[in-house]
Design a protein around this ligand. Structure first.
Ligand code: SF4
Length: 323
């Protein structure tokens, strides 16, 4: 990714990105031997398809779709909603006690058919599933503690939580055109600053625990592009925070970052189109530490070779070189 000057025209940059992504998606769909069905492009799919196309295609419908709510997948969504609830409550200037804030919000989740994670929490409450509620609350409280730790209290001015389970919260999605089978979802956790034509706002992505730097950069690229598509204005930067280390990494948004994120979006569509004819195919397998928990590793020569090298770990144990 070559360095380019910062954006001077945030609306124009978003328009150019939308045109390039639309052209890429149209080209991929035009080449499809059969319609790939609905393609929902979120950050998990974008990172998966970029990391190893062979594995992404091999996952099939069950792997491409949302895996469903569990205490692990719900922690961030519950945390954002709980913190949002606190910030709209009677005492928003008081720092939140993370577990209390989560419990307060969970008490409001009483409608089983409610949107998003609120409906799932309401189901747990109706079922009296205390262990699942406790596990979810613990993960969400940890998320809030890390978020506040890295961004500081009071939170930055004009910070708004995104992707929250509130009835009047906007849905952050973009499609190339009405009725298109492709939808891109922004997964940013928060926005700092209002969205205006001049740009200047920042998007925040919070990770409870640290990950590798390459993935951080790719996630920032995807969120920069998804945010520009959804809001029609490019952000000035993506801020990636990490709860356990307290890190706060600022990734400036430029044309190169937007182009990289747009390419990740198009790559998901390309791989879904290819998956109509071929699923896992080791020809474009990209071995990496992800091979350790890959579900198709047993049938993947490049992945097996990578894992068999001395010093690799699998299943909690080092894999020794044969002979
Ligand atoms: S084993 Fe590794 S290289 Fe092979 S498909 Fe899985 S992630 Fe890709």
């Amino acid at each position: 990714m070559t360095a380019t000057p910062p954006l001077g025209d945030a609306v124009g940059a978003a328009d150019r990105l939308a045109a390039a992504v639309t052209a890429g998606i149209d080209a991929a769909l035009d080449a499809a031997p059969a319609p790939p069905g609905d393609v929902d492009v979120g950050w998990v799919a974008a990172l998966d398809a970029t990391a190893c196309p062979a594995r992404f295609r091999g996952q099939g419908e069950t792997g491409w779709g949302f895996p469903g709510w569990t205490p692990a997948t719900a922690a961030g969504a519950v945390a954002r909603s709980a913190l949002d609830h606190h910030l709209h409550g009677p005492d928003p200037d008081c720092p939140p006690a993370p577990l209390e804030a989560v419990r307060d919000w969970m008490r409001t989740a009483t409608s089983i058919g409610a949107r998003g994670v609120a409906g799932w929490v309401a189901e747990l409450r109706a079922d009296g599933d205390g262990p699942a509620l406790a596990a979810t609350a613990a993960g969400a409280a940890r998320w809030i503690a890390g978020f506040v730790r890295t961004l500081g209290w009071p939170l930055p001015e004009r910070l708004a939580l995104l992707n929250v389970a509130r009835d009047d919260a906007p849905v952050a999605r973009w499609s190339p055109r009405r009725g298109a089978p492709v939808r891109v979802r922004s997964g940013a956790d928060a926005r700092i600053g209002r969205i205006v034509g001049a740009g200047g706002h920042r998007l925040v992505v919070h990770r409870p625990v640290a990950g590798d730097d390459g993935q951080l950069r790719r996630r920032a690229a995807f969120e920069a592009a998804a945010g520009a598509l959804v809001h029609r204005v490019a952000a000035a930067e993506v801020v990636v925070t990490t709860g356990d280390t307290g890190e706060r990494v600022r990734v400036p948004v430029d044309e190169a970052l937007l182009a990289a994120g747009g390419e990740m979006v198009v790559e998901v569509v390309r791989q879904r189109v290819r998956a109509v004819e071929r699923g896992h195919d080791p020809a474009d397998a990209r071995p990496s530490p992800a091979c350790r928990w890959c579900e198709v590793a047993d049938g993947c020569g490049p992945g097996r070779d990578w894992l068999a090298r001395a010093g690799r770990w699998r299943g909690g144990l080092p894999v020794l070189a044969p002979g």
